[in-house]
Design a binder for this molecule. Structure first.
Ligand code: SAM
Ligand code: SF4
Length: 443
């Protein structure tokens, strides 16, 4: 085996799309400073962990991972280990003292300092950088991206909401937005370099505000869709209390804005939504759904759900199930509640739903959602949809996998097509998570 090199780094990324985008930013910063990313961790002299603190099980997974790294560091004294992102930002110095083998920790606003932190670590100095920088958007850094078809592009960072269960306002600080011009130029540049799809990212994209011109997210989407007419444009995440009719109208009007809205609801009970401090009721959420479907009848709507939040009764759980039946989401990310230390819920509410009840409620939610997703998938059979081919299908080299505008996965015979092509596919069948079809040109 090759001796690990002190300039080669390997990054493990946990968590959301924002973390994946941040890994691209970190990679770019380090490569500009003369470090080199490597694909084989065993060759790397530097191992970085970009961490996620949103749910307890994500933090536990990172804890297990750190134990393995600790063993490796014992055998390989020169190995430099750095932990980035939300876990150290959340746990602060206690994380550093609990993990003495970690050479440095860096919060999400401090990545420009990483090269100097690595230099210091190589001289044996431990460092923690956890300061917030409310102006940092990493504008001007050209992230290193995986693949050449779809790209993530953060347009805002941080969150000013105060959802009772959530650590993000602590781990990622106050909201700040990338200037509209910078976003528009970056999307046009992505299009010119061959990318076919971009996902604009923010914890609450509806709070986007250009600091100088005052443009909002609807203005940004409009500008981006006009600047890159050949690209599919997606965005996430919208907050139900803030999503506006104007924004939905623009999505309906502009052909390259994907008809897919991710609108986390968390619970179907207005009382629980109040305790969660989400800023809307069940009825208000349903009115937003009606408004979206009025303007975009075929919109795909997806959501996030939390089972077993503090004091949730059986009846309130059933209200979540009934909301699923009413809305018929295309898909959901579903979790059971885990208390996060220091959050409003931790300080003010009892985590009193027993774990086995949380898990069985989650299971019921998953089973119902899977049945609904399957029904919605079956409704696609016989339709012709436009698919952006992304890659070879995992099952067969003679098939491609791609996604519809509504973000459904479709597998079809490759024929003369290649990843990156837009293909019209007639849907002939559906499994629980994938549609199967035939290109209409090949029929
Ligand atoms: N900004 C987005 C929003 O407001 O909808 C969500 C961001 S959060 C990183 C992603 C999802 O994780 C949330 O929508 C929620 O469903 C889930 N989540 C956050 N904190 C949680 C907790 N303490 N326990 C369980 N799930 C949690
Ligand atoms: Fe967390 Fe709420 Fe902000 Fe989403 S909107 S990141 S759930 S505080």
């Amino acid at each position: 085996m090759l001796k690990p090199s002190s300039t080669l780094f390997f990054i493990h990324t946990f968590g959301c799309q924002m973390n994946q985008a941040d890994t691209g930013i970190v990679t770019s910063i380090l490569q500009d400073a003369g470090f080199e990313r490597c694909g084989d961790e065993a060759e790397a002299g530097i191992v970085l962990l970009n961490s996620c603190a949103v749910r307890e099980n994500a933090v536990d997974r990172i804890g297990n991972f750190l134990q393995q790294l600790k063993g490796r560091k014992r055998r390989q004294k020169a190995l430099v280990v750095g932990v980035l992102g939300c876990v150290p930002q959340f746990e602060r110095e206690s994380f550093f003292s609990a993990n003495p083998f970690v050479d440095f920790i860096a919060g999400p606003d401090t990545y420009r300092a990483l090269p100097s932190m690595l230099d210091a670590a190589m001289e044996g100095k431990r460092q923690s950088r956890l300061e917030y920088d409310h102006d940092e958007t990493y504008a001007g850094i050209d992230p290193v991206r995986e693949g050449r078809i779809g790209a993530f592009l953060p347009v805002m960072r941080g969150c000013n909401n105060h959802c009772a269960f959530c650590v993000v306002p602590v781990t990622r600080g106050r909201e700040r937005s990338v200037p509209l011009r910078t976003v528009v130029d970056e999307v046009a540049r992505l299009e010119a370099s061959g990318f076919r799809e971009v996902t604009l990212l923010g914890q609450n994209v509806n709070s986007y505000r250009d600091a100088s011109g005052g443009e909002d997210f609807a203005n940004l989407l409009n500008a981006v869709s006009q600047a890159a007419p050949g690209m599919r444009i997606r965005f996430t995440t919208s907050h139900p209390k803030d999503i506006s009719e104007e924004l939905v109208r623009i999505i309906a009007e502009r052909p390259n804005l994907c008809n897919h809205i991710h609108l986390p609801v968390q619970s179907g009970s207005s009382r629980i939504l109040g305790l969660m401090r989400r800023g809307h009721t069940r009825e208000e959420y349903l009115r937003k759904i009606d408004m979206i479907r009025h303007h975009i009848p075929d919109a795909a709507i997806t959501t996030d759900l939390i089972a077993g939040f503090c004091s949730e009764s059986d009846e309130e759980h059933r209200q979540t199930l009934s909301l699923l039946e009413t809305v018929r989401f295309d898909a959901s990310f579903m979790f059971y509640y885990s208390v996060r230390p220091g959050t409003w819920a931790d300080r003010n509410l009892a985590d009193d739903v027993p774990e086995e009840v949380k898990k069985s409620r989650l299971q019921e939610i998953i089973e119902l959602q899977n049945a609904i997703s399957q029904e919605r998938f079956r409704e696609e059979v016989g339709r012709t949809v436009e698919v952006l081919a992304e890659s070879e299908s995992r099952r067969s080299a003679s098939q491609l996998m791609g996604r519809t505008e509504t973000n459904r996965a479709v597998v079809f015979d490759r024929g003369r097509f290649a990843p990156g092509d837009l293909v019209r596919v007639r849907i002939s069948g559906a499994s629980s998570a994938t549609l199967v079809g035939v290109s209409v040109d090949e029929e």
